[in-house]
Structure formats: C-alpha cells, structure tokens
Design a protein around this ligand. Structure first.
Ligand SMILES: Cc1cc2nc3c(=O)[nH]c(=O)nc-3n(C[C@H](O)[C@H](O)[C@H](O)COP(=O)(O)O)c2cc1C
Length: 177
C-alpha cells in the first residue's frame, strides 16, 4: 500500500470485532506515534491505553449518548487516550502548537493502525473533566482526544472531501492552480 492508498483506506470506524490486538502491531503503532514531529521537538504527547471493560465503559460514559463514537469505545478491545502536557509545547502568536503536536502524533498512530489492518475513530466530543477523573490524569495535563483501536467489523465508503480547487491556491491566496 503506498501512502495515498493508506490515506484512502483510513476511515472512522465505530464497530469492532471481539478480537485482540497483536502486541507487535501495537508496538508498531505506538512507535509510529513516537516519531511524530513537534514544536522544538518537545513531544508533549502521552498515550493512556485502556483495555479492561470497566475502563472502556467509564470512558464511554464521558461522552454524550448522541455521540456515535460512544459505542465504538465499548466495542473495541482497546481505547487509546491522547493527553498533552502544555509545558512541553507553546502558544505562539495565538497558535496553540500543543494541539497541533498532539494531533500529529495521533494521526501518525491512526495511519499506522490502518497500515496494520486495524480500525480507529478520532473522538473529540467528551467531558475532559470526567476522563481526567476516570484515568487519574493530573490537572496540569490536557486530555485532547481518544480513539478505539481494534479490528473493524464494518467497511465504510469514503466521506466526501472539498474539491482540490477549494483548498489549494497557486502563488497567492485565491490563485488558480
Ligand atoms: C478532532 C476530531 C474529533 C472527532 N470527534 C469525533 C467524535 O467525538 N465522535 C465521532 O463519532 N467521530 C468523531 N470524529 C470523526 C469525524 O467525524 C470523521 O473524521 C469525519 O466525519 C470524516 O470521516 P472519516 O474519518 O471516515 O474520513 C472526529 C474527528 C476528528 C479529526
């Protein structure tokens, strides 16, 4: 699979098989996240791996019942919670590079999971405070996002994306490619 095929294969998957994740696959995925670039190479990200049913249930309960990702957290064998340490990044001219750094590492993780035949689904809509309590995350650390990880029990067609001309300009803002 070349990189474009990998990007095309990644989908947000919300139903999972009751099948464990091989240790070597997990290590491959986490190592891919570890290698992400970051502001001043400060690597603000931390990952909490939650496998037990009670732990995943507690995380699902941090989400609203209308969030379609909620059932994914219960169905997958593992949930990976993305945390970030603000003192290990910076806000520069109003731009929060901590969120960017953490997001880069998470997307490395997500794409590496796709590469290993595993499904993921970014989750952003949850009560940070409740997750903090459930996982004992200290007050000076942000809980940024989470994802279920496991073998998907569904195939999904790609969701639409903006046309290239809407997002890529040539030479200056608005310039036609
Ligand atoms: C930062 C972020 C937060 C997201 N939060 C949620 C969420 O809380 N619940 C959910 O079901 N999907 C969530 N998603 C998944 C998006 O809905 C999904 O990526 C988008 O619809 C495009 O679909 P695709 O990922 O299958 O290409 C989130 C995605 C991102 C990048």
């Amino acid at each position: 699979m070349n990189f474009l095929e990998l990007a095309q294969a990644r989908r947000s998957l919300r139903t999972y098989l009751d099948k464990p994740i091989e240790q070597e696959k997990l290590e491959y995925i986490l190592e891919s996240a570890r290698l992400a670039p970051s502001w001043k190479n400060l690597q603000c990200w931390r990952f909490v791996l939650v496998e037990d049913t009670a732990g995943r249930k507690a995380l699902a309960e941090c989400m609203s019942e209308s969030n379609p990702g909620r059932k994914a957290l219960m169905g997958a064998p593992m949930v990976i919670v993305l945390c970030a340490v603000p003192s290990e990044s910076e806000v520069w001219e109003g731009k929060d590079f901590m969120m960017l750094d953490a997001g880069l590492a998470m997307e490395h993780l997500v794409l590496a999971a796709t590469d290993q035949g595993l499904g993921t689904c970014w989750q952003g809509l949850f009560s940070e405070e409740k997750v903090r309590e459930a996982l004992d995350v200290p007050g000076n650390v942000r809980v940024v996002a989470m994802t279920p990880l496991g073998y998907a029990a569904e195939e999904r067609r790609p969701r639409p994306r903006k046309a290239m001309a809407e997002i890529v300009f040539h030479g200056k803002w608005g310039g036609l490619v």
